[in-house]
Structures are given as structure tokens and as C-alpha cells.
Design a binder for this molecule. Structure first.
Ligand code: ADP
Length: 381
């Protein structure tokens, strides 16, 4: 049998509690009541309600405080405010504190039944969304496991064998055979790189990066990224220029992953640039944020592609002639978001694109005693 929905009513008026219980009892709900906020909150861990009615005006904890605490304990519980002084302000305030709806006193049995049904429908949707999200996450993890075991491992073995074959047969192969072997090796390398990026995109490891965050120097990260893209830029005769405003706060993060994000952006800028052009990488600080921009004067991005380029596997019209997987920007966005940052892009087809990463500037707290000493030495003397 399906579990019955549980409803908790918190109101200091006994007559309201009795009336609500009587009206709703026919609806096959499990009911609990409390005459004040503290008692009501105390019931939540054990009773685990789906829906809570809270009177706004009660002695002791106010309805607003109860709402806030319910949200802290379990934000999925649907709360409805009962109020004798239904003003627009009190309704807005209740919604801000997490209430789903409000029921002005006095109310009719039908009004109570209707709002209960709506509240429980909301609860059903919330629980369904959580279950779907969990299912999606499990699928993602399952998929990541399949990709790594069933694809990555055999490809690693192929890569290893091709390498051994190349060594064993060196000197015995014709130029054409060597060329064919090298092409095989390079395709396998590309596939392994694609799988690596793919796994990074779908894995949850990026979210766990936070555990090892340290202050990272942005100019140093840019220098490392440029070094990595430089061979590609040289082949295409694209000049990479970097500049950093002084002073520039560090950012709190994982250097390797931030460099990976920058390599993706600078790599794209080179990839979608014209031969002989220039890519500018600039770092500056604005209002507690460090902004890193990567600007090119390349092919640009079509307006209709712009809203989608950060999605997994999306390749824009500009991607057409170039090889790629449509995963670079998706991974970059996830890395930046794991650093509490955001990304933006401006682009004009035929003129070029500028991608901007915004990260919170890291400002270590000055200890109060240090600040005091500083103010004393810099003061009257
Ligand atoms: P990929 O480059 O492998 O296709 P990305 O996720 O890195 O995948 O980029 C998604 C799409 O965004 C690309 O296919 C391309 O259309 C567009 N794009 C990204 N960066 C640039 C750029 N600097 N200039 C023009 N188009 C770009």
C-alpha cells in the first residue's frame, strides 16, 4: 500500500487545530498537531510531514521563524501559512521564507481541502524531481563506469601495442607503412583524449575539487595554459599575447583544473582564428572578482549558436571545418562553476569572439590583531 501523506498543523488556537483535523481526516491523511512553533518543530524529525500548516501569529516562535527552521531542516517539506491578517506584505514575506502558499482566516472547508491538495501535489512534484535527479546521477555514474572500463581500457591496450609495434618494426617499414601506423596512433590518441574529456564532463569529481582549493596566481595559470597551446598557435602563425593588471588578487581554486579551462578557451581561440592573427589573454580585477578574458579576431559565433555552445556535445556552425567534440566549453563551464565563477561570451560572426571567466578574488582575512597593530603604527606617530 502506498504511504499516506502526512500533514502537520501548527496553530495556537485549539479550535483551528480541531477544525482542520476534522475537515482533512476524510482525506486519508495522517495528521499531527502542535499548539506552538517549538513543539511543532520538535515533531518534524519523527513525524516527517509532507505538508505543514503554520499560523503566522503565535506566542513564542513566530510563524516566520518556524518557516525558516523548517526550510533548514528539510527544504522539500511544503509549508502553507495560515494568517488572520492576510496582507500582501505578509504573504510576500512568507513566500520569501519558503512558504508555498497562504490561507487567510477564516477559511471554508473547501478552501482548506483545495489548498491541501495543491500543497501535496507540489510535494509530489518535488519528490519526483529529486528521484529523477538521483536516477540521472546514477545513470551518469554507471555510464562513466562503462565508458572507462569498456572503451578506455581496450583503447589503452591498443595504444600500447601500436607503440610496441612501432618500436619492433622500426627500420623495417616503408615510408607509407610508417605513415599509416602513425595515423593509427594519432587516431587512438585522439579517441583517448576524447574519452578523458568526456569522463571529466560527466564525472562528479569536479564538484569535489573544492576540498583541495588553494590560492592560485592567475598570471601563472595563464602562462602555463599559453605554454601548452603555443605549439598549436605557432603552427597556425597565431600570436598569443598575455597581460595582467597589477595588483591582482589570486583566486581560490585548483591550479591544474583552472589551467585546463584556460587551455580550452585559448585553444579554441587559436582553432577558430585566421592564420596570422592575434589572441589576447587579459586578467584584471573588478569589484571583488578576477576577470580573465580570451579575445580572438576569428570566425566568430552565429547568434543562433550562442545560447547552446556551453552544452555537452554542442558544435556550432563555426565548428564545422575544425575537428572537435563539442565538449571543451561544457567542461570549462563546469570547472568555472566549481570555482564559484561564471562565464560569458560576446561574439560577432566574421569579427571574432571574447570569452570571459569571472572568479571571486581571494582576499585573505586580515587578523584583527594585525589590523590593530597596523592602525596603531600608522596612526598618531
Ligand atoms: P569544439 O570546439 O570541440 O567544437 P567547444 O565546446 O570547445 O567544442 O565549442 C563549442 C562550439 O562553440 C564550437 O563548435 C564552435 O562552434 C564554438 N566556439 C567555441 N569557441 C569559439 C571561438 N573562439 N570562436 C568561434 N567559435 C567558437
Amino acid at each position: 500500500m502506498e504511504d499516506r501523506y502526512k500533514i502537520l498543523i501548527i496553530d495556537d488556537e485549539e479550535v483551528v487545530l480541531d477544525a482542520c483535523t476534522q475537515i482533512l481526516e476524510g482525506g486519508h491523511y495522517e495528521m499531527a498537531t502542535a499548539m506552538d512553533g517549538a513543539h511543532g518543530l520538535g515533531l518534524i524529525p519523527e513525524f516527517r510531514p509532507d505538508l505543514v500548516f503554520v499560523d503566522l501569529k503565535m506566542p513564542g516562535l513566530s510563524g516566520f521563524e518556524v518557516l525558516e527552521k523548517i526550510r533548514d531542516v528539510d527544504p522539500t517539506i511544503v509549508a502553507i501559512v495560515i494568517t488572520g491578517y492576510a496582507t500582501v506584505n505578509s504573504a510576500v514575506d512568507s513566500m520569501k521564507k519558503g512558504a508555498f502558499d497562504f490561507l487567510p482566516k477564516p477559511f471554508t472547508p473547501d478552501e482548506l481541502r483545495l489548498i491541501t491538495r495543491r500543497g501535496l501535489e507540489k510535494r509530489r512534484l518535488v519528490l519526483e524531481t529529486i528521484a529523477l535527479r538521483r536516477e540521472k546521477e546514477m545513470l551518469r555514474e554507471h555510464f562513466a563506469a562503462i565508458v572507462s572500463h569498456e572503451l578506455k581500457s581496450p583503447l589503452n591496450a591498443v595504444q600500447q601495442s601500436l607503440f610496441a609495434l612501432g618500436v619492433e618494426l622500426s627500420g623495417q617499414l616503408t615510408a607509407e607503412q610508417r605513415n599509416r601506423l602513425e595515423r593509427c596512433q594519432s587516431r587512438v590518441d585522439d579517441l583517448l583524449q576524447l574519452i578523458h574529456t568526456w569522463l571529466r564532463v560527466i564525472s562528479r569529481d569536479i564538484g569535489k575539487l573544492r576540498e583541495n582549493f588553494r590560492p592560485v596566481s592567475v598570471p601563472a595559470a595563464i602562462a602555463k595554459a599559453i605554454e601548452s597551446v603555443q605549439p598549436h598557435a605557432l603552427r597556425k602563425d597565431v600570436a598569443l599575447q598575455a597581460s595582467a593588471e597589477e595588483p591582482l588578487s589570486p583566486v581560490l581554486g585548483d591550479e591544474g583544473t583552472l589551467v585546463e579551462a584556460l587551455v580550452n578557451l585559448i585553444g579554441n581561440a587559436v582553432k577558430y582564428s585566421r592564420v596570422g592573427s592575434q589572441v589576447l589573454v587579459k586578467a584584471e580585477e573588478r569589484e571583488a572578482s578576477v576577470l580573465i578574458s580570451v579575445a580572438d579576431t576569428g570566425v566568430g559565433i552565429a547568434k543562433e549558436d550562442l545560447p547552446f555552445i556551453f552544452e555537452d556535445f554542442y558544435r556550432g556552425q563555426s565548428g564545422g571545418v575544425e575537428t572537435g567534440s563539442g565538449l571543451g566549453l561544457a567542461l570549462t563551464r563546469r570547472i568555472v562553476e566549481a570555482h564559484q565563477g561564471a562565464m560569458a561570451v560576446e561574439s560577432e560572426p566574421g569579427q571574432g569572439s571574447t570569452f570571459v571567466i569571472r572568479l571571486p578574488a581571494f582576499k585573505p582575512l586580515i587578523l584583527e590583531s594585525d589590523a590593530l597593530a597596523e592602525s596603531q603604527t600608522g596612526g598618531i606617530r
